[in-house]
Write a protein that binds this ligand. Structure first.
Ligand SMILES: [Zn+2]
Ligand SMILES: [Zn+2]
Length: 421
């Protein structure tokens, strides 16, 4: 057996007693989930969501801090380790097509005055509900463990800036330093009722880059008097295909996608500029840096080759770090999942190409972390996150996400004070 179970029985929390409260919270959890799903808020606009979370944490006896657009509840419960559990809050600019009776009809007006539909298409409403459920169970079950539990609710995950916003606002000096950080995400796989995690890299590092190519506009009949940015953009798109195929070793993971190319408006006008939006993914910071350097080199070289009158503008507007699960922490989480959920409900997560900014928080404290997925759909009916039809089944999704949070958190807390059971 791994040494995590070698501690004396008296030193371990009574997780089963904490979980015994699960049936009693199902009612408000389902109601809250429907409310949150119907009232999504975009990144850095999570005001109503934060107000609701703060109020509930205060009722549960947590010391509540507002930090960088997010909320942190701290439950100090005697001697022992400090365990941080993180949930994210934001929704996406997606028009919901689930047809659920609690589907979002929310729209907001963007900077350009356009109406934008908002939807919890990534399941962060489930994350909030499960984290608040775990917060209640750990508060009401405080005679069964000792230590400090930190429930952290982070804004703006979808734009990769919310965790950093909390760190920049002084998170490290506001709350007790955790010994370990934990986080979870509802996914299309495994099936609802199941969880999945793996040691090492589980989510990719990702960047989004905006490139502006400066050409020289001209009449479409007089290309010799201009520098055609459409041709430069086309060359860049093709040449970028060699980054993964020719510069990474076979078997090394990387993705370079040009998601948007925009230039010009008429057939007979050579435009002055072209705009490209480029997304990259990697499973190591080293490969991420190598890809970024290759993208920049190719963009600059193609502009130089065409004789562009000015250097291109290259702006990184989103950057997600690697999510790299600590092997020891992940082993302990996995063991606790197997003990309390049963081995048949615990799976390997493997590598998911999506990205997260969760690791910014443990990295700010310099502490290890583990991240896992939990299912939101019946077997074979999974809908991918960010899809307009992303509508997880309410149960067993909420129940499993809450159980997983409690089980993982208590795996790192100490037993009740004095060893009483
Ligand atoms: Zn998402
Ligand atoms: Zn998400």
């Amino acid at each position: 057996m791994p040494e995590t179970t070698a501690m004396s029985e008296a030193a371990r929390p009574d997780t089963a007693t904490v979980l015994a409260g699960l049936d009693a919270i199902t009612g408000w959890q389902e109601e809250l989930y429907r409310h949150l799903h119907a009232h999504p808020e975009l990144s850095f606009q999570e005001e109503q969501t934060c107000a609701l979370i703060s109020e509930r944490l205060e009722e549960l006896g947590y010391a509540v801090h507002q930090v960088g657009g997010g909320v942190v509840g701290v439950l100090a419960n005697g001697e022992g380790p400090t365990v941080l559990f993180r949930a994210d809050l934001d929704a996406l600019p997606v028009t919901e097509t689930t047809g659920l009776d609690y589907a979002s009809t929310v729209t907001v007006t963007d900077d350009e005055g356009k109406s934008v539909a908002v939807m919890h298409a990534c399941g962060h409403d489930a994350h909030i509900t499960c984290a608040l459920g775990a917060a209640q169970l750990l508060s009401e079950g405080r005679d069964s463990w000792s230590g400090t539990f930190v429930a952290l609710f982070q804004p703006a995950e979808e734009v990769g800036k919310g965790a950093q916003s909390m760190v920049d606002a002084g998170l490290v000096d506001t709350i007790p330093r955790p010994d370990v950080c934990l986080g979870q995400h509802v996914l299309a796989q495994p099936q609802a009722g199941h969880v999945a995690t793996s040691p090492g890299p589980v989510l990719s590092a990702g960047t989004s880059v905006r490139v502006t190519v400066h050409g020289r506009g001209s009449h479409g009949s007089m290309p010799h008097l201009g520098v055609d940015p459409v041709v430069v953009a086309a060359s860049i798109v093709l040449r970028l295909q060699t980054v993964v195929s020719r510069e990474l070793a076979p078997g090394e993971f990387g993705v370079v996608t040009v998601g948007s190319v925009q230039a010009g408006a008429k057939a007979n006008i050579i435009p002055g500029e072209a705009l490209l939006l480029i997304n990259t993914r990697a499973y190591s910071e080293e490969v991420k840096e190598r890809i970024s350097a290759a993208v920049e080199r190719i963009v600059r070289a193609e502009c130089a080759a065409a004789g562009c009158p000015a250097e291109p503008d290259i702006e990184v507007f989103e950057s997600f770090p690697l999510t790299d699960n600590d092997p020891d922490v992940t082993a302990r989480v996995t063991e606790a999942f197997i003990e309390h959920l049963g081995a048949e409900r615990v799976h390997e997560l493997g590598r998911v190409p999506a990205s997260e900014d969760f690791s910014v928080i443990p990295d700010a404290f310099g502490v290890p972390y583990a991240y896992w997925g939990f299912g939101g759909f019946p077997e074979g009916q999974g809908v991918p996150n960010h899809n307009p039809a992303f509508g997880p089944v309410i149960q067993p999704t909420l129940r499993t996400g809450t159980e997983a949070a409690v089980v993982a958190v208590t795996a790192f807390l100490a037993g009740p004070a004095g060893g009483a059971r």
